[in-house]
Ligand binder design. Structure first.
Ligand SMILES: NC(=O)c1ccc[n+]([C@@H]2O[C@H](COP(=O)([O-])OP(=O)(O)OC[C@H]3O[C@@H](n4cnc5c(N)ncnc54)[C@H](O)[C@@H]3O)[C@@H](O)[C@H]2O)c1
Length: 332
């Protein structure tokens, strides 16, 4: 049985990943500070998962856990444009120096064989229309969130000679169901507003981005963890699929096929200027990875969840949790 450390495993992608890891016979140590108010819930936790409520910047305490594992996946941090713009200093401390120190501590730990760092396709910023950008395309991050990811990528790639195998996965924007939902992400958000309020305001509808289901992210992380070290060491991969590159208008049109009565208001001049289309040829060819879920599958899934009585997302404003960072007042 392999033992793995997941940093930030109580978040949206983390819950799906850890469920899959434990099903695949992994023992998981999950270090997470649970910074959001909606993370107080108890999820279905497998007996193979040990949850440690800890700030990953506390390297002294982290070392004890690093000594117990073979592999590390780094998901944790302040995620997204909004929160990193709002908490600039804190995001520098968590997303840059915190992650650098964590990676350096992993380097010193000879029991750790490989480390997977989750980066983002937001690193591309704004790219030429009609071009699918590859991994070697120039990075032009726009937000503190993406700028921090680029700094960590440089840090990782500056240590190519070390014996620790490190792999960078640049994720597309996620969608789909997780026990710890995020309704602030485009596909989930549009479904939520169109279902609950029968309307949506869409800024800059012609801007492109790639999307990917959380379960496909979990599949690729597990695939990388089990890949030949010589193949994945110091590699950067875009993760998603070419066919899941969409404009915001394209997503809204798909949702409208299923929710025809919702009103769509298209606007110009949004604050989020990101506009990029991405090629996923490398991961497809080199790691033989293709996604299983389309954006349309994700829309069906989210609408079904909103319709089901099992969840209470409609009772409260599920979007408010992402804006509610009170707990961060205690995080220095
Ligand atoms: N969700 C997406 O669309 C997407 C796209 C591209 C890349 N990514 C990357 O994937 C990773 C996971 O994203 P997510 O959507 O699950 O985000 P999330 O916000 O749901 O999860 C992040 C987790 O990190 C934890 N955390 C934050 N600071 C911490 C600290 N100092 N110590 C310990 N834990 C801390 C939070 O409590 C949270 O559970 C992130 O690195 C993100 O940049 C996500």
């Amino acid at each position: 049985m392999k033992t793995i450390l997941v940093i930030g495993g109580y978040g949206y992608i983390g819950r799906v990943l850890i469920e899959d890891l434990t099903k695949n016979n992994y023992k998981v140590i999950n270090i997470d500070l649970r910074i959001y108010e909606d993370q107080n819930k108890d999820y279905n936790i497998s007996t193979s998962e040990k949850i440690v409520h800890l700030d990953f910047r506390n390297t002294d305490k982290i070392k004890k856990y690093l000594a117990l594992v073979d592999q590390v996946v780094i998901l944790g941090g302040l995620v997204g444009e909004y929160i990193t713009n709002k908490y600039l200093k804190l995001s520098e401390s968590i997303n840059v120096s915190g992650i650098v120190n964590l990676i350096d501590a992993c380097e010193l730990q000879k029991n750790i064989k490989n480390l997977v760092f989750i980066s983002t396709c937001s690193n591309y910023g704004i790219t030429k229309k009609n071009v699918l950008v590859k991994e070697d395309h120039e990075l032009r991050p726009l937000s503190p969130y993406a700028k921090a990811k680029v700094k960590i990528e440089h840090h990782i790639l500056s240590k190519k000679k070390s014996s620790l195998s490190k792999t960078i996965l640049r994720f597309a924007t996620a969608f789909g169901y997780s026990q710890r939902m995020r309704f602030d992400l485009t596909v989930n958000h549009f479904c939520y507003s169109m279902f609950k309020n029968n309307k949506i305001e869409v800024y800059d509808p012609d801007t492109w981005r790639p999307y990917c289901h959380v379960k496909d992210f979990s599949r690729i992380i597990i695939k990388v963890l089990n890949s030949d070290k010589d193949q994945i060491k110091n590699q950067v991969y875009n993760v998603g699929s070419d066919i899941n590159n969409f404009t915001k208008a394209g997503i809204v049109n798909l949702i409208r096929e299923k929710l025809p009565n919702s009103k769509v208001v298209l606007k110009k001049g949004g604050i989020d200027k990101r506009d990029y289309r991405v090629s996923f040829e490398k991961i497809n060819k080199e790691l033989n990875f293709s996604t299983v879920y389309s954006v349309s599958n994700g829309i069906d899934e989210i609408i079904k969840i909103l319709q089901s009585a099992e969840h209470d997302y409609l009772k409260e404003d599920a979007l408010k949790f992402r804006g509610n960072f009170n707990i961060l007042a205690n995080v220095k």
